[in-house]
Design a protein around this ligand. Structure first.
Ligand SMILES: Nc1nc2c(c(=O)[nH]1)N[C@H]1C(S)=C(S)[C@@H](COP(=O)(O)O)O[C@H]1N2
Ligand SMILES: [Mo]
Length: 435
């Protein structure tokens, strides 16, 4: 039997008692077999006292009789049942576009992307320390959460979070990995301190090139020595005003599944840059070489390739392309002929801002300008809306395309096929019927 030092518990809120009625202490270890129990107990939503005796491949009756396993995991992780589970182990779920219609995405609607297993919550977050070290810091330092809170100015910003693989299912030939459609994205509000303030206090030398993070999650193999993911970003991005060490989302402590007690947040980057359960940041004197920084992970061909081709040369995807989503009405809805339909959505970019959003109901033959709201801050989404009257009864597709201030517009087809299936920002389309 494989044993492991870490506790794996599919708990939702850190402040909530565990299934045994008392908060899980870091010292209370639970044995698991190859991480399977997490998935099983997550799916059932309960601790399995004799779970380690459950033979591999035997499905607990509770699951066989209930909904699909993923549905139960959603509940355990505090997510709405109408999110789409893309994988149970690691747990990955996306948000249908019509659930992203809030100005600020509520936590129960926010997508989840884990690469490993969710660590058990700490009963005492005060014991958490973040270590800052690496070749390019003057002297390594550790900070408790209290020190971060008291020593630096706290800021609250709305910053979009999007998985680098969002849109992957649109690539042909298919790219391996979670088959995201459009919903590997969300727009929460984060509270924390600026990473730049902390790095300035620690002292960064001019050798600094990149930062790399380490989180506290556990590899799917159950081997606590194997890192799950350790990525980062160029030092210039790390020093931006919108790059945060965040402890709260939408005014509440981070949920366990989203990185409690501390995570990295940055704007316009693939979500994989935003390390959850953040234990360490290294300021590197070279491009960070942690797990999932090489090969096809979050890297695309440096020069364009034909779909299905391999490249000799891969470059890190450091910026997410401009994108928009139609969040209202819901695709598939029916509308009485002649009524005005308000179409609404979200648009976002890694650049300074969204310049325009255009909407079409005639398969892109003509485009109408939508009204834009104001993004709350850089990297917050821009809301768009437009009232449409469809000319006659029948089937329509509503298309939306955003253009950012660099002049780049979303393409109609998936751009830049790449082996890992990253960065697909093709336009979002919904179906409507005028009846
Ligand atoms: N420690 C750790 N951080 C992580 C990950 C992970 O698996 N482990 N997944 C990354 C990826 S790929 C994405 S898209 C975002 C997803 O954040 P969310 O699950 O809070 O939505 O977290 C990132 N941070
Ligand atoms: Mo991701």
């Amino acid at each position: 039997m494989h044993t492991n030092e870490k506790i794996i518990a599919p708990l939702a809120k850190p402040s909530e008692p565990t299934e045994s009625g008392t908060p899980a202490l870091p010292g209370r270890r639970r044995f698991i077999r190859k991480g399977t129990l997490l998935a099983v107990s997550a799916a059932i939503g309960a601790h399995l006292p004799f779970g380690r005796f459950l033979p591999d491949g035997i499905i607990p009756v509770a699951l066989a009789e209930g909904d699909a396993p993923g549905k139960d995991s959603l509940e355990v992780f505090g997510k709405r049942p109408d999110l789409i589970v893309l994988g149970d182990r690691p747990f990955v779920a996306e948000t249908p576009a019509h659930l992203l219609d809030d100005d600020v995405t509520p936590v129960d609607k926010l997508f989840v992307r884990n690469n490993g297993l969710v660590p058990a919550p700490m009963a005492d977050a005060d014991a958490w320390v973040l270590r800052i070290d690496g070749e390019a810091v003057r002297a390594p330092r550790e900070f408790t959460l209290k020190e971060l809170e008291s020593r630096f100015k706290a800021v609250t910003l709305q910053i979009g979070l999007e998985c680098g693989g969002n849109g992957r299912s649109g690539f042909q030939p298919p790219a391996k990995g979670s088959q995201w459609t459009y919903g590997g994205v969300g727009f929460p509000e984060w509270t924390g301190v600026r990473l730049a303030d902390v790095l300035r206090e620690v002292g960064v030398t001019d050798k600094a090139v990149y930062i790399g993070y380490e989180g506290d999650d556990l590899h799917l193999s159950g081997d606590s020595k194997r890192p799950v993911i350790s990525r980062g970003c160029p030092i210039a991005k790390a020093m931006e005003d919108e790059t945060l060490l965040a402890w709260a989302m939408n005014g509440e402590p981070l949920r366990q599944v989203h990185g409690f007690p501390l995570r990295l947040v940055a704007g316009g980057v693939p979500g994989s840059v935003t390390g959850k359960w953040l234990k360490r940041i290294a300021v590197r004197d070279k491009v960070h070489d942690g797990t999932k920084m090489g090969g096809h992970d979050y890297r695309v061909a440096c020069n364009p390739i034909a779909p299905g081709e391999q490249s000799d040369d891969y470059c890190i995807l450091e910026k997410m392309p401009v994108k928009s989503l139609i969040t209202f009405p819901q695709s598939g809805s029916q509308h009485p002929q002649g009524t005005e339909i308000e179409v609404r959505g979200q648009a976002w970019t890694a650049e300074r801002g969204v310049r325009s959003v255009e909407v079409s109901y005639d398969f892109g033959q003509s485009w109408l300008p939508a009204k834009l709201g104001r993004a709350r801050n850089r990297f917050a989404p821009t809301r768009f809306r437009i009232a449409l009257k469809l000319p006659k009864k029948g089937y329509y597709e509503i298309w939306a395309r955003a253009t950012d201030d660099s002049g780049i517009t979303q393409p109609i087809v998936a751009p830049g096929w790449n082996t890992g299936g990253y960065g697909n920002n093709q336009i979002h389309r919904i179906a409507l019927r005028s009846i």
